[in-house]
Design a protein around this ligand. Structure first.
Ligand SMILES: *Cc1c(COP(=O)(O)O)cnc(C)c1O
Length: 235
């Protein structure tokens, strides 16, 4: 279950400060260094003015869930802010792998062998190696992407030995109607057992919980930019 503690204001800089402060408090509650948590500002569907406001406020790490939309919005912005770090947090089709490898610094949604193979081949071709996170379907929902928890070990081994892509993290999107903390704890346990350092979990409604359970990356959209005007399409 998720809740938004406060509706975000129109002031992106103030919202960012609030989210950063809450991450700091949550980290301190469990004796973590807040600098160990990367805030990924999820800018999908948001207008470029809001992205610019976040950039002016010092935010540099952003998440998008569609390759085409990200390319359209970020090509110019990246020219102005070369130190921006872009994360792909939505499903990736193999026919978009070329553009994804060229654009993104972190691809958080590696969720099947065919995609891992295609990414490895494309990285070699471009000689550009983003970081890769494996998406885990912690709720084992049939309609949702991700590796089932029981298969994570075998998939990580195959990424290393067969496909040749280094995996630096795990990510999950818990079922909307369930207690997120249970899924975050499961993901953290998988990461520990398989010696994967990165842990991407937590959205606007539950990022503080995720930080307390060890998240290295939280993906926050609505609490920073306000409600999205339209639902993003697949791809
Ligand atoms: C949209 C999205 C988010 C951000 O969700 P908010 O509730 O707006 O913070 C985080 N992760 C993924 C994978 C998303 O698609």
């Amino acid at each position: 279950m998720s809740h938004s503690p406060l509706p975000p204001s129109d002031d992106v800089a103030a919202n960012l400060a609030e989210v950063r402060a809450r991450i700091g408090t949550a980290a301190e509650q469990v004796g973590r260094d807040p600098r160990g948590v990367t805030l990924v500002a999820v800018s999908k569907v948001q207008p470029v003015e809001k992205l610019r406001a976040a950039l002016v406020a010092g935010q540099r790490v952003f998440g998008e869930n569609r390759v085409q939309e990200a390319k359209a919005k970020w090509t110019d912005l990246k020219a102005d802010y070369p130190d921006v770090e872009l994360h792909l947090i939505g499903p990736l089709q193999t026919n978009k792998v070329k553009e994804a490898v060229a654009l993104f610094d972190v691809i958080q949604t590696v969720d099947r062998p065919k995609l891992a193979q295609a990414l490895a081949a494309e990285c070699r071709k471009q000689n550009r190696w983003p970081q890769f996170f494996v998406e885990v379907n912690t709720g084992e929902e049939p309609q949702k992407a991700g590796i089932p928890p029981a298969e994570v070990g075998a998939f990580l081994a195959a990424c290393k030995a067969d496909y040749g892509i280094p995996v630096s993290g795990l990510m999950c999107i818990p079922p909307a109607e369930e207690e997120a903390a249970l899924h975050f704890a499961l993901l953290a346990d998988l990461a520990r057992r398989h010696f994967v350092p990165g842990l991407s979990m937590g959205m606007s409604g539950d990022y503080e919980v995720a930080v307390r359970l060890g998240a290295s990356h939280v993906r926050v959209g609505t609490s920073i930019f306000g409600a999205r005007q339209t639902q993003p399409a697949e791809g």
